[in-house]
Ligand binder design. Structure first.
Ligand code: ZN
Ligand code: FE
Length: 256
């Protein structure tokens, strides 16, 4: 089985577009559709024809290009069953534990409510990669537009349980701002300091900070570390539940 080819490119103001291509079957999927024109041009530049759209959630910067791409390519649209009514053109409805395929490459659907109540992530265990939409960001996590802190903490915990070396493709380039906030919550974390310095260099050179890895996020991302004694001490929440510490970190980020 050939390795998947991944093409990553900026879309809109701070989204990333991702195309994955299986050389054996010739199939190509776009993860979400932030900008149909850009995605179609990227596919053409690579010599790939889009056969599938995998949506993480219904927001316009993730599903807004569905209909244009489907009209021009005939691609089938995979998306969360919960959001059938608000994902344009959906043809394959998936829920937690379902497995979808790109050629012989398998992606497992992980239900990750919180940012929206339908949000799903796609984990390709054999390829060691995950597309996490607006659930987990490098040094951050998605805003809670629809779910509760408990929903989001459940979702992040499931992503944190993936293998450390899993490469994580987040849908936005938010890392520099996330790093500033993370350092305000966990200033003495050496892994975070090193990570933040690396991000600063990458952004100064105009490079993406995505993908990250589960291991790097577990070490430095405060949203995955509500059990950390130093963070708890700073928040004066030594004996609180993880979900309450998580909620407080999210609350502070919303005001930061
Ligand atoms: Zn979103
Ligand atoms: Fe988004």
């Amino acid at each position: 089985m050939s390795e998947l080819l991944i093409r990553q490119f900026p879309c809109l103001s701070d989204n990333y577009g991702f195309l994955i291509h299986d050389p054996d079957s010739g199939e190509t999927a776009t993860i979400d559709t932030p900008d149909a024109d850009v995605i179609l041009a990227q596919a053409e530049a690579a010599g790939w024809t889009i056969t599938q759209i995998w949506n993480t959630h219904h927001h316009f910067d993730h599903a807004g290009g569905n209909e244009t791409i489907q009209a021009l390519t005939g691609a089938k649209i995979v998306g969360p069953r919960y959001d059938t009514h608000r994902i344009p053109g959906i043809s394959v409805e998936v829920e937690n534990g379902d497995v979808i395929s790109l050629g012989r490459h398998k992606a497992k659907v992980i239900y990750t409510p919180g940012h929206t109540m339908g949000h799903v992530c796609y984990h390709l265990p054999m390829d060691g990669i995950a597309f996490v939409g607006d659930t987990l960001f490098a040094l951050g996590c998605g805003r809670l537009f629809e779910g509760t802190p408990a929903d989001m903490w459940y979702s992040l915990s499931r992503l944190a349980a993936l293998p450390d070396e899993t490469r994580v493709y987040c849908a936005h380039e938010y890392t520099e701002a996330n790093a500033r906030f993370a350092l305000s919550i966990d200033p003495d974390n050496r892994d975070l300091q090193v990570y933040a310095a690396m991000v600063e260099g990458e952004r100064a050179r105009g490079e993406p900070t995505v993908p990250t890895t589960i291991g790097a996020e577990k070490a430095a991302n405060p949203f995955l570390r509500p059990d950390d004694p130093a963070i708890r001490a700073r928040l004066d929440m030594a004996t609180a539940d993880d979900v309450d510490v998580f909620a407080e970190i999210r609350r502070r980020k919303d005001m930061f």
